[in-house]
Design a protein around this ligand. Structure first.
Ligand SMILES: [Mg+2]
Length: 164
């Protein structure tokens, strides 16, 4: 994408098709994960099996941390508990403060850290601002499958292009 926003990898894939070995090859050892849209549909409470499998495989290779803008502690805590991951809800992406605190907490170098998310104006921008790698994935629908048509992303890409 030609834009002022730097997406290191516009994967066009759902998170569970992201290759862990490719990430390792890039030197990544820490992943900050968006929750709603990325791990499950925001209207769903079921984490798709494919996502769970991906997370449990990834745990062997990376430090994982959930970082969500969702104001519901109940929802994000429940998902984090099920996946046995640390989390932040109400993260105010694209604001930097909470993300920087997390990066400091897990104390990985920013060059070895990436954020994976489904939105440009929150996940990608905050990743750029915190100087970490950014991976854009497809948003999941209620069946846990990648959405074919994502109007938010089309609009965000268009705006990113116009302000480049
Ligand atoms: Mg999201």
């Amino acid at each position: 994408m030609r834009s002022i926003l730097k997406v290191h990898w516009d994967s066009n894939l759902p998170i569970y098709e992201i290759s862990q070995s490719e990430l390792k090859k890039e030197g990544i050892n820490c992943l900050l994960l968006d929750v709603d849209g990325t791990l499950l549909n925001r209207k769903s409470t079921n984490i798709p099996i494919a996502v769970k499998t991906w997370i449990f495989e990834s745990k062997k290779l990376f430090t994982l941390y959930l970082i969500s803008n969702n104001p519901s502690k109940e929802r994000i805590a429940k998902i984090a508990k099920e996946l046995k991951l640390r989390y932040k809800h109400k993260a105010f992406k694209p604001r930097k403060k909470i993300m920087m605190n997390v990066i400091e907490e897990i104390s990985y170098e920013s060059k070895n850290t990436a954020i994976i998310g489904d939105r440009i104006f929150t996940d990608i921008i905050v990743g750029n601002r915190c100087n970490i790698k950014t991976i854009l994935v497809k948003r999941l629908n209620r069946d846990g499958l990648p959405m074919k048509f994502n109007l938010t992303l089309i609009i965000e890409k268009l705006i990113s292009f116009l302000i480049k």
